[in-house]
Design a protein around this ligand. Sequence first.
Ligand code: KG4
Ligand code: ZN
Length: 355
Amino acid sequence: MSEEVKTNIEQNELNKKDITILAIESSCDETACAIVRNGREVISNVINTQIAIHTQYGGVVPEIASRKHIENINPVIKKALTDANMTWDDIDAIAVTYGPGLVGALLVGVAEAKALAWALKKPLVGVHHIEGHISANFIQHKELEPPFAGLVVSGGHTHLIKVLDYGEYEIVGRTRDDAAGEAFDKVARAVGLGYPGGPKIDKLSKEGNPDAVQFPRAHVDDAPYDFSFSGIKSAVLNYINQAEMKGETINKADLVASFQKAVVDALVSRAVKLAKESGYNNLAIAGGVAANSCLKETLEKECEANGIKFYSPTPALCTDNAAMIGAAAYYEYIKGTRHGLDLNAVPNLKLGERI
Ligand code: KG4
Ligand code: ZN
């Protein structure tokens, strides 16, 4: 932890002033609001998920997501305050995800947060969505502090990072094509499991043999920490096409279990390598795919075998939520990050970038 952050935390403790942040998240298909104290304690956490609506279309329809956010955002914020038994007087700052994500969806949260900050005269803190995912670990593991190795695996991102300090990252590996969650979703659709694919593949894989089909484990030359999942995905699609042409029935459970193992192997080998080579000897995972039971079990075993301390949030804190945004916002807030009313949605915001 940097001296500056440490001093600010100590100062807060001396002043006995808790910092209570109301955080808003609307980057994809979840409208969420949470109230978080001192970055680690969740007072309330409300999520309105649109999954049932987007399932009908096989994936998130951005226009529908934005409209639903507009309908849901005020009731979700009201419920977060009611659940916390708080009023606006108890809130020190308003935080909001301003990127990356779907621009129309992000804009709903950003506009709402700006309106609240202006009307209530509260500070506004914009948060990077992936910084939020990583910070879910601070809620779950009160003792966890940077530096540590991080694996971020969501529907849009697959990053191996060094978390140098709160809000300070070095990206050491990334996917060259599909994100891990995207591969799960595309394979699930091809097999006929529907959206979102990750949890469905996770469940069905428990009934299958992960060694039934051998799928390729891609390596990127000269980039040992980079990933590539499009090859595995194409191999699954080819397997299905060939079986169809030959009139053979596919054992779906075996197929998805073998696919899942190939993805998990790629993630685990690189994450463990980073945790060891960085010298941190600890690893935290984050993002929707971090909810995957096979990934967690394999990492738990591999980390134990290699003397690495392993951290993961509960599944509810892995997928999109606003509590993680409130956790990240606290560390930004005490560092002095404040946004003006010109804050805009940035759909391709880079990790570590500040706008
Ligand atoms: O982090 P997240 O909720 O949203 C993004 O920021 O993208 O991640 C969503 C992704 C989806 O691709 C979903 O299929 C995947 O996380 N996911 C899972 C599991 N739960 C969600 N993937 C594998 N196993 C799971 N149990
Ligand atoms: Zn996410």
